[in-house]
Design a protein around this ligand. Structure first.
Ligand code: ST9
Ligand code: ZN
Ligand code: ZN
Length: 351
């Protein structure tokens, strides 16, 4: 039963509850006709960056030194971790806690990724979970692949985002001095860490600054952006839903590789507080889990939250689509009574 009256505004939805008609009336209505105001400055910047990405890819395949290629890969993983282990799992979801040295490292990695200050990123991301697939979700995937991938960064935000924004409590992150420092000096830190440092460091082993800029800065930056955006687009459109078939997010290994462990999105939207952002967290597909586990062994990451196998199994049998490799419908271990209470959507018609 969702809370009533004023309390409802701070009620965090479990997304499958969105089927509840009482909750639906409370959620942001889908505007029949949306007025989109294109931000041409962003269109120009992202066009330039993507052309630079293509040129950087050409240099990566032809003239750059092996050390530069390796450095580019290391920067991809580090900036990726700044988003996955930092902005996403640590700060937006608080799925684990981090000691000061780790918070500083993740803030540096996060600035290397240039996806705006953590407090702003996490505010949009908390909106994405609370108001998933409505106009108050910044990258509402019901508006199609392009909008959820990059289009949402090319237009003014829907008024519902600003109207519902006050329901998101950000006081925890605003209280962190490391994040306050990042936000305050972002316009200096970001160009230095994301563009200047990756361009000049390769000069140490004889690479040109030109090559360093187009590969380790532009190519790497745009690659990480697209890896991230795929979680909003592809991972909300095409794949299996073993944990909750009522929501749009899916499981996709392709996106998991690009997004270093963030493609298990049906699981993540079902259990957003799990530090693995996946049920099993196989290291090949979830480098981020490997990183957090490693930090935990040296004591810099602690209070890692996860979900018990029992709870996951019950959820799979109650709301999954039957595609789970262990507890899918083909599994003899599923109790008959669980199968009886399961509704089959669009059942196959008998000839
Ligand atoms: C980028 C972000 O790319 C990507 C995020 C992706 C998230 C993915 C999540 C998936 C899970 C994790 C997977 C990780 C995988 C990683 C893989 C790595 C290998 N609540 O925004 P403004 C209010 S960034 C409350 O300007 P406009 C607020 O008052 C790329 N209030 O709106 C605000 O003022 P302030 C680099 C809100 O004017 C005011 O509105 N960055 C909220 O409509 C104005 O806000 C860029 O390119 C809210 N949520 O402009 C910048 N939002 O902030 C792109 C707003 O002072 N962005 N308000 O409080 C922009 O240029 C603009 O935001 C805009 C909208 C044009 C898009
Ligand atoms: Zn999502
Ligand atoms: Zn999330």
């Amino acid at each position: 039963m969702p809370p009533q009256g004023a309390e409802r505004d701070s009620f965090v939805l479990f997304e499958s509850d969105a089927k509840d008609p009482d909750v639906i009336t409370h959620m942001a209505p889908q505007a029949e006709k949306r007025q989109t105001q294109i931000v041409w400055r962003n269109v120009a910047i992202f066009t330039y960056l993507h052309l630079g990405f293509l040129y950087g890819a050409y240099l990566m395949l032809t003239t750059v030194m092996w050390k530069t290629r390796l450095f580019c890969l290391i920067l991809y993983v580090c900036s990726g971790l700044g988003i996955t282990a930092g902005a996403h799992r640590l700060w937006a979801h608080k799925s684990y806690k981090a000691k000061l040295p780790l918070r500083i490292i993740l803030t540096l990695f996060n600035t290397l990724a240039f996806q705006d200050a953590v407090v702003d990123w996490a505010r949009d991301h908390r909106m994405h979970h609370k108001y998933s697939e409505t106009d108050a979700d910044p990258h509402n995937a019901t508006r199609g692949f392009f909008f959820s991938h990059v289009g949402w960064l090319l237009v003014r935000k829907h008024p519902q985002i600003k109207a519902k924004g006050h329901t998101i409590d950000m006081s925890d992150l605003r209280a962190d001095p490391v994040l306050r420092f990042q936000k305050k000096y972002y316009m200096y830190l970001m160009p230095l860490i994301c563009f200047i440092m990756p361009s000049v460091v390769p000069a140490l082993w004889g690479e040109t600054v030109w090559n360093g800029y187009f590969t380790c800065a532009v190519f790497r930056y745009v690659a990480v952006l697209n890896g991230t955006w795929l979680v909003n687009s592809w991972a909300h459109l095409w794949g299996d839903k073993p944990y909750d078939r009522h929501i749009n997010p899916v499981e996709t290994k392709v996106v998991s590789v690009a997004a270093i462990g963030e493609g298990f999105h049906n699981y993540h939207h079902t259990f957003p507080w799990d530090y693995k952002a996946a049920e099993l967290g196989n290291y090949t597909f979830n480098i981020t889990k490997f990183f957090i586990d490693t930090m935990a062994t040296i004591g810099w990451a602690y209070d890692l939250k996860t979900v018990s196998t029992d709870v996951i199994q019950k959820r799979i049998t109650r709301t999954g689509d039957g595609s789970h490799p262990v507890w899918g419908w083909g599994d003899k271990n599923i109790p008959e009574e669980d199968k009886k209470v399961t509704t089959v959507i669009n059942p196959e018609k008998e000839e």
